[in-house]
Design a protein around this ligand. Structure first.
Ligand code: SF4
Length: 329
């Protein structure tokens, strides 16, 4: 364990965590709502520091990131804990419980990642990485010093100061937006919408940070075209080239609602495309997943599952010379 950042000591060995909007007040001997931070005798510790539950080398498209080093791999790791409690969580075994883990110091994780020469860097993912901020920061600092890329896959439920500290060391992020409706956040995720929108805007307002968004589409819950359109309009007002992934929902964890139908996926894609240039459907094999020049229509990246053919060599369309938003440097 390592002493946590972003907390205050209170009377009688009680502490208040200031990392995320929950602002947990934690008595000695207890953990916060996310399970990743624990009060030991009046000192708040990161309980998930160096505790690795998941490690792998994934295609970058799996994060998902489609406009960031397409076709490349990235070393990915996760720990345990999360500050959201989504009824349909796909990784609930490590996010909602203190899952079995192996101890790996930041230096050891960095050394292990360097054994993967095809990887562009390291992604903090699988559970919610922001509740493991101290470890992620150390890994990201070492990884950047080695000239490699840092990727964050997050729910964005974090306070502005710690978010800024993390984003200073992050090269690309996928923000998982659950809905554009506070009621959904309250009933399905046990959280609120406003902090996530605040984080999203902080991300989109950093021009050097590559940001893509994911929306897991659940029919009858967050698939209203008006909601998706209003959300996409808000994103487009800051950065219209932002990539949005409409991801297909399958029943998971505590939610038995039927899987999302193809018609709903395409309707959501249409609603978002009214405002955003690049809207992809994920977790779903049908349809065209390629990236095309928004000026001449030339194929820039061809995707069939995880078979990726990259047709661009620099920041311009090879056919008409229009700039595109795919980052490869
Ligand atoms: S990070 Fe965890 S302990 Fe801290 S306020 Fe959020 S849920 Fe509570």
């Amino acid at each position: 364990m390592k002493e946590a950042m972003f907390y205050q000591k209170r009377e009688a060995q009680t502490v208040q965590c200031l990392l995320c909007p929950r602002s947990c007040v934690i008595e000695a001997g207890y953990s916060g709502n996310c399970l990743a931070r624990k009060n030991e005798e009046g000192v708040l510790y990161s309980a998930s520091y160096g505790q690795i539950t998941s490690f792998g080398v994934d295609p970058i498209e799996k994060k998902p990131l489609y406009h960031y080093f397409p076709g490349r791999d990235i070393v990915s790791f996760g720990s345990f804990g999360c500050n959201l409690h989504c009824l349909n969580c796909q990784n609930y075994r490590i996010s909602q419980f203190v899952a079995p883990s192996v101890e790996l110091a930041p230096e050891a994780l960095l050394a292990r990642s360097l054994e993967e020469p095809g990887s562009i860097g390291i992604a903090a993912t699988y559970n919610e990485p922001t509740v493991n901020l101290e470890y992620v920061l150390e890994v990201f600092k070492g990884n950047r010093a080695a000239g490699r890329k840092n990727v964050l896959v997050t729910n964005g439920y974090i306070n502005p100061k710690p978010l800024a500290a993390l984003l200073d060391w992050t090269d690309a992020v996928n923000l998982d937006v659950k809905a554009y409706d506070n009621g959904f956040y309250e009933s399905v995720c046990k959280a609120t919408l406003a902090p996530v929108m605040r984080s999203m805007e902080a991300m989109l307002e950093r021009p050097e940070l590559h940001t893509e968004l994911t929306w897991l589409l659940i029919e009858g819950h967050n698939d209203a075209p008006d909601e998706i359109s209003a959300f996409s309009e808000r994103v487009a007002a800051i950065r219209p080239e932002t990539v949005l992934h409409i991801s297909r929902y399958y029943p998971n964890y505590l939610m038995n609602h039927p899987e999302t139908r193809r018609e709903a996926l395409f309707a959501a894609q249409d609603a978002a495309k009214a405002h955003l240039n690049y809207v992809y459907i994920g977790n779903f094999n049908e349809g065209d997943h390629g990236t095309y020049c928004r000026s001449c229509g030339a194929c820039l990246v061809d995707r069939h599952g995880y078979e990726i053919a990259v047709k661009v060599k620099d920041r311009f369309c090879p056919k008409c010379g229009t700039p595109h938003s795919i980052r490869m440097d």
